[in-house]
Design a protein around this ligand. Structure first.
Ligand code: SAM
Length: 260
């Protein structure tokens, strides 16, 4: 199946998503197999149908963005966040922290953060920003209904305190929901918020090319406050972080070093 170059251009004009910044081999394989699964042998035919079939287009966007997430994903890192990173930030700042979950998917990551922060602040005083490119994922996040598997790593006291069991699913408390402001943001083309003390960007950088990652590290650096922390996913350590002005303070946690 050829025509990937044309397909990328067409998708950009249709939904404004730049497939050039995603690792080509993996993305092409995924898209081709999705097209085949829907009965299209050519990417061109698939695109023509995507233009007119809203449901097919939604399926494409959803598949493309890979929304898998869970509460307290990689629990050992959440422990470091709780025991070291957050207390250090609070000590240094002496003001409310500005926190951004930058590829928040269906909400597990920002809601985990809110629950963790209740150990340090009153719930009413917690406010964090959560963004994603995928509006459907954001809608699910706002619904806040999860299956048991998504909660497997979440400390039991949080499950008991902040979830209600409804028809076999777990519904998150509206008090936790209220602490998160969800917005659509495409990391590849939208401006970033500024003055962030902690940015979490996990399990999305792996899909991007080195060129795209290079640009993003610079944008994240500018988005952080002095000595702010950048928290990445388990397979996403930054190669030579110093070149971006970051210092590795713990595995998967980088501090913005302010130039003198
Ligand atoms: C695998 S999920 C990661 C969710 C969560 N951060 C975690 O680690 O569990 C990847 C998310 O990245 C989002 N994403 C993909 N491309 C993006 C882009 N260009 N800008 C913002 N978000 C993007 C997807 O929509 C998806 O929700």
């Amino acid at each position: 199946m050829g025509q990937y170059e044309d397909f990328k251009k067409n998708i950009y004009s249709l939904i404004n998503v730049d497939l050039n910044s995603y690792k080509e081999k993996q993305m092409k394989r995924r898209i081709t197999s999705l097209a085949k699964r829907n009965g299209f042998d050519s990417l061109n035919e698939y695109y023509l149908k995507l233009k007119t079939d809203k449901e097919l287009l939604d399926q494409f966007i959803n598949y493309l963005t890979i929304n898998v997430s869970e509460f307290y994903r990689n629990p050992s890192q959440w422990k470091i966040l709780e025991q070291n990173i957050i207390p250090e930030l609070i000590n240094e700042r002496k003001r409310p922290l500005k926190i951004w979950s930058s590829a928040c998917s269906t909400g597990e990551e920002p809601y985990s953060l809110v629950m963790l922060l209740t150990k340090f602040y009153n719930l009413e005083d917690i406010k964090i920003l959560a963004t994603d490119i995928d509006l459907q994922a954001i809608e699910k996040a706002k619904d806040g209904v999860y299956n048991e598997k998504a909660l497997a790593n979440l400390p039991k006291d949080f499950v008991d305190k902040y979830f209600e069991k409804v028809d076999g699913s777990y519904k998150i408390s509206s008090k936790i929901k209220r602490a998160v402001e969800f917005k659509k943001l495409d990391l590849l083309k939208d401006p970033f918020p500024t003055g962030m003390d902690l940015i979490i960007c996990r399990n999305v950088l792996i899909y991007f090319t080195n060129e795209a990652k290079d640009k993003l590290y610079k944008k994240f650096y500018s988005s952080l406050s002095d000595q702010g922390i950048f928290f990445v996913g388990s397979t996403e350590q930054i190669l030579l972080p110093e070149q971006y002005g970051f210092k590795s303070v713990r595995t998967f946690f980088y501090k913005k070093m302010t130039k003198l």
